[in-house]
Design a protein around this ligand. Structure first.
Ligand code: ADP
Ligand code: MG
Length: 239
């Protein structure tokens, strides 16, 4: 469907430490993690346990104080800001907690923009692809509304549509169902996970949502700055 032909990367973290000024303890305190290409992995842990911090490192938006973050053949933790931005455009689709929608653009234009920033998309293909994904997330009737005219849950669905419209190999999602009611949340997870699997993307999804955890291949748990021993994804315990 898209001109980009993503290769799903592996993700590897070795001895990753991240501390912020003003806090005594490191938020991430020696994280080792390997994720197989094409797997859908959820990241769970209490609020403040470092989920967003870890996602930002994997997405190349932040760098560790110690340790290595590698995605496929790229040592993301060694890239400078410009190279990281270029790398993200070719490799990473993000669905952020803060959504990051452009305020003066409509829902359709926000999704459209993500696609146009990707090189090699045929102009006539853009409309069909954007309309399809907006309908899939149930926003076709409000596609002409700007973010301020949408509910928090609708904005979150625009962010999901934007994250899915460009088929990149790595998808990083930060609590993508946090503002959705249970029914809508379940439909969005099904859509998200179905499309990730169809595409064969590698996905890391931070969540508190039991339904997301149940749908994933694997669950990784952050406790006190480290990864806890893993339990099965089908245990259904998001905390
Ligand atoms: P989670 O996503 O699991 O709720 P976060 O990764 O957002 O956790 O935050 C983990 C901890 O790191 C929190 O105590 C938070 O206050 C702190 N933190 C995160 N980002 C920053 C930052 N840029 N500066 C200072 N402290 C931060
Ligand atoms: Mg967070």
């Amino acid at each position: 469907m898209n001109a980009s032909d993503p290769t799903a990367p592996t993700i590897a973290l070795h001895g990753v430490v991240r501390r912020f000024a003003g806090t005594d303890d490191a938020v991430l305190d020696g994280v080792d993690l390997e994720i197989a290409a094409g797997s859908v992995v959820t990241l769970v842990g209490p609020s403040g346990s470092g989920k967003t911090t870890l996602l930002n490192l994997v997405a190349g938006l932040d760098r560790p104080d110690e340790g290595i973050v590698r995605v496929g053949d790229t040592e993301v933790s060694a890239l400078d800001d410009d190279d990281a931005a270029r790398w993200r455009r070719s490799t990473v689709s993000s669905i952020f907690q803060a959504k990051g929608l452009v305020a003066h653009l409509t829902a359709r234009e926000n999704v459209d923009l993500a696609l146009r920033l990707t090189a090699g998309i045929r102009r006539d293909a853009v409309h069909a692809v954007v309309d399809e994904i907006l309908a899939a997330v149930g926003l076709d009737e409000v596609a002409g509304h700007r973010p301020s005219q949408l509910s928090g849950g609708q904005q979150q669905r625009v962010a999901i549509a934007r994250g899915l419209v460009v088929a990149r190999g790595l998808v990083v999602a930060d609590e993508p169902t946090a503002e959705l009611d249970t029914d809508t949340g379940e439909r969005m997870i099904e859509l998200l996970v179905d499309r990730l699997r169809a595409r064969g993307a590698t996905a890391l999804i931070a969540t508190h949502d039991v339904a997301v955890v149940t749908a994933a291949d694997r669950v990784v748990r952050l406790v006190d700055g480290r990864l806890a021993a893993e339990t099965g994804a089908k245990d259904g315990d998001a905390r």
